[in-house]
Write a protein that binds this ligand. Structure first.
Ligand code: ATP
Length: 234
């Protein structure tokens, strides 16, 4: 389980995260919603160690990670799908997937299940990442994060700029991963999302951020009743 507690983050003098707390449990999809610029990406970067936090706790399965380096967070079972995908355009699909094993001992094999989850990647293994469509690149970014068999998968707006049929396919994969991971073990999923209907469909739990602070949270089935759509409407 992931426990984020009272996290404060600053960019210079600008106080971006103001005491954020949330939890993400195995078997559940926890969705973080909020308008542009409220600090969603900064929260995920803080979790991954890509930006330093000034105060607060980030613990995963009881291990305190807030002061640990990025690679150690990956090694301890956190997989990250960054906003904008950040695949390597000149590397092949297969090489991109192998990059996901950087935190694992040399010689670790790619899980065969990646190609069952995303059959299109099996067909395109020797194509360059940059030649894939946006939706295919997003699937590649998710598969790359899964290559190291994380127990927590963190995704930053995976639906951004993606066509509806691939959004649906990604939703089905996330649901399946939460339930049974790659090997039958439930996985924790932390999903940052601005697309309300997608978030609502997938969320077991939700958290709304506004100006760097949590302003609402609850069960996914309470989102409509709690008026979350209006809180994130652009
Ligand atoms: N590297 C940085 N240096 C200074 N300020 C930054 C930096 N990155 C983000 N910010 C600012 O911090 C605030 C939060 O940004 P962040 O990207 O976390 O928001 P967000 O909720 O993810 O937004 P979006 O949905 O647009 O991605 C914004 O005001 C942003 O301008």
């Amino acid at each position: 389980m992931l426990v984020i507690e009272d996290v404060h983050q600053y960019y210079g003098g600008s106080h971006t995260l103001r005491g954020v707390s949330l939890q993400a449990r195995a078997g559940e999809i926890t969705v973080v919603l909020g308008r542009n610029g409220v600090g969603k990406t900064t929260l995920l970067k803080s979790l991954m160690g890509l930006v330093p936090i000034r105060q607060g706790r980030i613990a995963f399965d009881g291990v305190e990670l807030a002061r640990r380096p990025v690679h150690e967070r990956a090694r301890r079972g956190i997989g990250y799908v960054p906003q904008g995908r950040e695949i390597f355009p000149r590397l092949t699909v297969r090489e991109n997937l192998l990059m996901g094993l950087a935190s694992r001992p040399a010689g670790t094999a790619l899980p065969a299940q990646l190609f069952e989850l995303f059959p299109v990647l099996a067909e395109m293994q020797s194509r360059r990442g940059g030649d894939l469509s946006g939706g295919q690149q997003q699937q590649l970014a998710i598969a790359r994060a899964l290559a190291a068999r994380p127990r927590l998968l963190v995704l930053d707006e995976p639906t951004e700029g993606i066509q509806p049929n691939i959004i649906q396919a990604i939703g089905r994969v996330l649901r399946q991963l939460a339930r049974q991971g790659l090997d039958g073990e439930p996985m924790a999923i932390l999903l940052v999302e601005q697309y309300y209907d997608f978030a609502r469909e997938l969320a077991d739990r939700y958290v709304v951020l506004e100006r760097g602070a949590v302003v609402a949270s609850g069960g996914g089935d309470e989102m409509d009743a709690h008026g979350v759509r209006a809180m994130v409407a652009l």
